[in-house]
Write a protein that binds this ligand. Sequence first.
Ligand code: ADP
Length: 173
Amino acid sequence: MILGLLKADITEIQVDAIVNAANTSLLGGGGVDGAIHRKGGKAILEECIQIRNKQGGCKTGEAVITTAGNLPSKYVIHTVGPVWNGDKDEKSKLLANCYQNSLNLAVENGIKTIAFPNISTGIYHFPKDKAAQIAVKAVKDFQRIAEIEKILFVCFDDENYQIYKEILGIENK
Ligand code: ADP
């Protein structure tokens, strides 16, 4: 497995699956969720509504999969990150679950390449440094990692990008 880092807009990444930092309604929202639904078109929302009708949305830490509409990826894996408040240990566990459950869904669907945004570090206010540590550890601890070829962390803001560079040991040029 190759672990990569990019500073980019995740809606432009060509991988088997991009991950969406969704909310429990699965009906779209702001941030990366808004960008994915806007660029992906209504096919994604229609599938999200079907999932919602069947299982009532998506719980925090869990993940669901749809096709990717007009996006260059094949699938979108929608996972719901925790809002940073209340029990910090519980929130950390839930954030790790987002990465692990997304990777589980990826393996179940034969996905070999996957790109993650920095889940919960926008509107949900999870501390960026802590979130990055959890994300990298969750990915490295994933049991079926050998079945995935490439995992990309896609940072949108420079602060997250610098944090990931440091954690992944990438030199500043
Ligand atoms: P959350 O509600 O989980 O915090 P947000 O979408 O508000 O979700 O933010 C999660 C992360 O996604 C933030 O670090 C934000 O900078 C980033 N982000 C926003 N738009 C994009 C995009 N188009 N591509 C990749 N990352 C994005």
